[in-house]
Design a protein around this ligand. Sequence first.
Ligand SMILES: [Ca+2]
Ligand SMILES: [Ca+2]
Length: 226
Amino acid sequence: MERFLKVSFVLILLVVGCGIARISEASIYNGDFSFSLDGWNSGAGIHVDAGVAVLETQGAENGPVMITLSQEVEFSSLCSTLQFDFFFERTDDDVSPGSTFIVPDAFQAAYIDDADETFDMFFVAANYHGNYYPSDPASLVALPQLGDFFRFSANVSTLAGRKGTLRFDLRDEDDGFFSRVYIDNVQVNPVPVPGTLLLLGSGLSCLVCLKKKSRNARRLFSSNNL
Ligand SMILES: [Ca+2]
Ligand SMILES: [Ca+2]
C-alpha cells in the first residue's frame, strides 16, 4: 500500500510537471508565417513573401489609412518575453495628388487588452527616420544576418493570464511615399521554468530512489534466504 502511494505521488509530480511545461508554450500561432497568414487577422495591403509578413501602404489619396495585422492572444501563466523581428522601409514616391509631405508614414506594434486598458502595452514605433520607440536600445537589437531587421523583445510577464490583441499597424499618412514594414518570428517565450524542472527532477529522483530501495530489499531478501 505504501509503495502504491509513493508511486502515485511520483506519477502526479511527473504529470503536473509535464502539464506546466505544456501550458508554458508560446501563445502565438504561426508567428513565423510559415503557414502564410493563417491565424492572423489581415486586410488589403498585407501579404506573406518568403515566410515574412509584408505590410504595404496603398497610396491612398485622402487622409490617413491604417493597415493592420493582428492576432488574438492569450498569455499563459508562465509567459516571460515577447519578441518579433521587423524593419521599416520607405520605397518609391507615392503619386497621390493629395500628398502633403508633412507627417511620415509610421509603424507601431502594441498589445490591447480585452478587458482592462491599464494592461495595454506599446512596444515599437518606427518611420523612415528610424526606430523612435522604445528609447531603450537594449530592447532593439540589429540583426545583420537578416539584412535591415531589428529584433524587439520585452518582458510581458505582467500579462500572464490576460487575453487581448497583438497588433502591428502601418499608418499611411499620405506623405508622398510608399512604405513597407516586414515582420517575422513573432513569439512569446516561456519563463525558464525552475518550478517545472524542480517538479520533474523530484519525480525522477523519487523513481530512482524507489528503484534503489526495491533492489536493496530484493538483495536483503536473497541474503536472508541463503
Ligand atoms: Ca518566417
Ligand atoms: Ca505614404
